[in-house]
Design a protein around this ligand. Structure first.
Ligand SMILES: Cc1cc2nc3c(=O)[nH]c(=O)nc-3n(C[C@H](O)[C@H](O)[C@H](O)COP(=O)(O)OP(=O)(O)OC[C@H]3O[C@@H](n4cnc5c(N)ncnc54)[C@H](O)[C@@H]3O)c2cc1C
Length: 467
């Protein structure tokens, strides 16, 4: 029997502790993906690392499931659980920028919007995602891809250190110099190794960028995708962005009669000298007649939040993903078959470029193994009405089935669904066995198992299906 009671937890914790019956319980248990409806026994809204240590001890001592929540964006809903403990880091969002060293230290529950806002004041930024409400916690631990990746690498390539509460309730500092194996595993290993209470990032000179979305007619999709394949292979690394199938939202820059139509779009982000932006993006504008665009100079955080309104909290989510080495003609044909059928304005098909600086890091230098892939594709089904679940999930699955034969076995773990656990090993390829070793050292009881899970009991080299 555990000696660690809820009353003792309340004594150790400074933040709020919420349990069923409390007025704020339903708000506190809700996560971003409204398809996930779970009822935790205890939600700890951590105020600091001490609270996190107490909550980890409480879950472990009582043999309870433990979910960790940063920005809450996990599509599989890893940030909550039934009848267990949730550590909600949403109250820990502080960011401190050191403009001289060009670093930022951000608490584990900060969002990309928090990080970008704080660093932008100094004309600095680091690689993050494309939606500002995404948490830096989950995004960083999985790898972190976004507009700046071709120039500055993944988010983990800019991670200098992390403060982490481990399964035994200690706080460890992980960096290239301290607990190096642990630091290696954190960079891509997801939430498997502990609760990160703060991340320290390297920053770069990025203030205003030149970019935005450019809409082309759907029957130009083949031309656009073939162009993208060639262009992005050798485009200057300051250029980020991606092609997407997108239903036009009712925005003023899109002709009113075209709202609700489906387009192939290119989203561009030039992070080099502003004066060169127009020239850098010209090849994209020239690829086909432009129907609508919202392109120009803008603060980096503005581009980073430009699509937030399309993906508010409370939608239903089901996603599939793959890494892709070559966007072959057959692969493009599969996109042309399924992309135009995109079912809702919220949904997205994105093909992110991960060449350039991402590929200059060796595949075994961090846990993120697919450094030889050129693209990370995500088929993100997002829709408001649960009545449409079946049709939308079917679109995602059919699309994935058509593209999978032209893709790698593994995918970016942050884009995988809850039913993708059998792809975790493939997603880490040759790094998986070392991850198992680190897991055995730091979390032998698999306390942190609500994630794309690396199981400590898997014997190195044994088949994934046996795990
Ligand atoms: C709309 C949308 C857009 C996205 N765009 C991008 C993108 O552009 N680029 C990209 O790379 N990814 C993107 N993602 C994927 C995103 O990286 C993952 O969903 C990620 O898990 C979100 O992290 P979070 O902290 O918001 O999520 P949460 O649900 O809070 O956390 C997910 C999991 O991450 C772990 N975790 C989170 N914080 C911590 C922490 N501090 N310490 C330890 N473990 C932690 C836990 O295992 C947790 O269960 C997007 C997701 C969504 C829904």
């Amino acid at each position: 029997m555990s000696e660690f009671t809820l009353d003792q937890l309340r004594e150790r914790v400074r933040g709020a502790i919420i349990t069923p019956g409390d007025d704020e319980y339903d708000d506190a248990r809700a996560v971003y993906n409204a398809m996930i409806d779970r009822r935790p026994r205890v939600i700890v809204r951590a105020a600091d690392a001490g609270d996190v240590m107490a909550a980890v001890d409480y879950a472990r001592e009582n043999g309870l499931d433990l979910a960790v929540r940063g920005g809450s964006h996990s599509v599989p809903g890893f940030g909550t659980c039934d009848d267990g403990v949730v550590i909600d880091l949403g109250g820990m969002r502080g960011v401190r920028v050191d403009p001289v060293r060009r670093t930022a230290r951000a608490e584990g529950g900060a969002t990309l919007g928090d990080l970008n806002h704080a660093t932008h004041a100094f004309g600095l930024a680091t690689t993050g995602g494309i939606i500002s409400t995404t948490g830096i916690g989950g995004l960083t631990l999985g790898g972190g891809m976004g507009y700046l990746a071709r120039k500055f690498g993944l988010t983990i390539d800019n991670l200098m250190s992390a403060d982490v509460v481990t399964a035994d309730g200690r706080l460890l500092v992980a960096s290239e110099k301290e607990n190096e194996d642990f630091f290696w595993a954190l960079r891509g290993g997801g939430g498997n190794f502990g609760v990160v209470t703060s991340f320290e990032y390297r920053l770069h000179s990025v203030k205003d960028v030149y970019g935005g979305p450019i809409f082309f007619e759907l029957d130009e999709a083949e031309t656009v995708l073939r162009f993208y394949r060639e262009f992005i292979a050798s485009a200057p690394e300051e250029l980020g962005g991606f092609p997407a199938f997108q239903i036009a939202p009712p925005l003023p820059f899109i002709p009113e009669g075209r709202h609700g139509d489906t387009f192939i779009i290119m989203v561009a982000c030039w992070a080099g000298p502003l004066a060169e932006g127009e020239r850098a993006i010209k090849p994209i504008r020239d690829v086909a007649p432009v129907v609508a665009e919202f392109v120009g100079p803008m603060p980096y955080p503005a581009l980073n939040s430009a699509f937030d309104a399309l993906v508010p909290a409370g939608l239903q989510h089901y996603w599939k993903a793959s890494f892709v080495k070559d966007l072959t003609d057959a692969s493009i044909a599969a996109h042309l078959q399924h992309g135009p059928r995109i079912p809702t304005m919220n949904s997205a098909l994105h093909i992110y470029p991960i060449n350039g600086a991402v590929q200059r890091v060796p595949s075994d230098a961090t846990a993120f193994a697919y450094r030889d892939a050129n693209f990370a594709t995500v088929i993100a089904g997002m829709w408001p009405d649960p009545a449409d679940n079946e049709a939308n999930i079917e679109w995602v699955r059919d699309y994935y089935a058509a593209t999978a034969p032209h893709s790698e076995e593994g995918a970016y773990i942050n884009f995988l669904s809850g039913d993708d656990q059998d792809r975790v090993r493939a997603s880490y390829r040759g790094n998986y066995d070392r991850l198992v070793d680190v897991k055995r050292t730091y979390d032998p009881g698999n306390l942190f198992h609500l994630n794309q899970n690396i199981k400590p009991e898997a014997v190195a080299g044994e088949a994934a299906t046996a795990a």
